[in-house]
Design a protein around this ligand. Sequence first.
Ligand SMILES: NC(=O)c1ccc[n+]([C@@H]2O[C@H](COP(=O)([O-])OP(=O)(O)OC[C@H]3O[C@@H](n4cnc5c(N)ncnc54)[C@H](OP(=O)(O)O)[C@@H]3O)[C@@H](O)[C@H]2O)c1
Length: 479
Amino acid sequence: MSTSAQIGVTGLAVMGRNLARNFARNGYAVAVHNRTPSRTRELVRDFGDEGDFVPAESPEEFVAALERPRRLIIMVKAGDPTDAVIQEFAPLLEPGDMIIDGGNAHFADTRRRERELRERGIHFVGTGISGGEEGALHGPSIMPGGSTESYASLGPMLEKISAKAADGAPCVTHCGPDGAGHFVKMVHNGIEYADMQLIGEAYQLLRDVAGYSPAQIAEIFRTWNTGRLDSYLIEITAEVLAHVDARTGKPFVDVVLDRAEQKGTGRWTVQIALDLGVPVSGIAEAVFARSLSGHAELRAASRELAGPVAQPMGEKAAAAFADQVEQALYASKIVSYTQGFHEITAGSEEYGWNVDPGAVSSIWRGGCIIRAAFLDRIRAAYDTRPDLPSLLADKGFAEEIAAAQDDWRAVLVAAVQQGVPTPGFSAALAYYDALRADRLPAALTQGQRDYFGAHTYRRTDVEGSFHTLWGQDRSEVEA
Ligand SMILES: NC(=O)c1ccc[n+]([C@@H]2O[C@H](COP(=O)([O-])OP(=O)(O)OC[C@H]3O[C@@H](n4cnc5c(N)ncnc54)[C@H](OP(=O)(O)O)[C@@H]3O)[C@@H](O)[C@H]2O)c1
């Protein structure tokens, strides 16, 4: 056992424990600490043979075990517990030491903590970690923020424990200063919400409109997973749909209550997008769809409302429809990522982070929940044109959407006619059509605003702001 650990982890619940084991398995001496010491003892008892662990029962002992400059990872509940732990450890640290917060913090909290600790000469590295407990152990996708100096010290270690993409590249990049890492992680989770919603809509269409069973849909997803939709989420969807409930012999998906949870990060992605004025309608619909699913009483009270009941189609038509759903899913997915990357670039501009969207797409290729072959395409798009204003401006994506759009529209027609809710597919298509529209009804909105609130408008033909005297002779005056 070493007396000088290269890195320390405090907070040894499922994520912290597995992250500590990952460092130890990669040859690092790891100091381990938890508020409740029994967790520390259990870790060393159960996994002590995996590497070099330095258990510590007190904060003082923990800090003393770390080589300088100290690298101290916090893996505790986000929010007040993180502040409590920082307050406990910061007085024990010296200038140049690093506190790495690997929890799911709100980026604004990370900015505040970074500022406060910087004044004391301590580097605060807000770090997004994706991949759940398996990722933490075998290699997550890691999104660190913080100073360039701290990344120089920490980066090689993170690269070693991170997931590796198919081309061997480590799934970690320095996202940018202060809260950039947690911001990128937040948008990652928002995109994850959208991906899951779109997959859910595809499932429901295949079930209710095409008439396939969950087992048959599992096969369809398996096939899709060999093509351009190849991704972790499609892969596990097939597994979940193929699973049969041991208790009832029914498809597992039919015995699970249809009320989805929504934790902080998806909601934050939408809230921040509203603040930044970025239209992330697909992510928003995914968050709202989960909220709606949870309103059991509202749904029960509305069940008798009029509307069509989907009539499953014949076998041949169903196969053709499944192909159309694949097109709709793929096109909607392109839009979700377009919106997510728009939020990342807008956040980067607002806070001066200089986030490289190509590097972000690259580190999402392995370890994280949204890992997918598709991310190689996004990276290639940014490689070709680093200042790409929108993924839809990439020639390859634009051509794919052009090829998919007839089927995308046909799927939505079927969904609307048969009464199957598809908020994600619909929002994605509405976004696409709004972007390509020659004229939007925003002109009428401006007219209304000028009518009731004298908010003024600008003209297409003359510079300046104008107001129409609606209550008088309707003449126009310059505002
Ligand atoms: N689970 C995931 O898949 C996942 C994925 C990515 C990121 N994360 C993030 O990673 C972090 C850790 O997640 P987790 O699921 O492993 O654990 P968790 O359930 O979020 O947190 C439990 C840990 O926090 C500690 N803790 C809570 N309040 C504390 C306080 N006031 N002072 C000191 N320690 C305190 C607990 O210590 P005691 O043992 O003493 O109670 C325990 O070690 C969270 O921020 C989470 O959001 C989780």
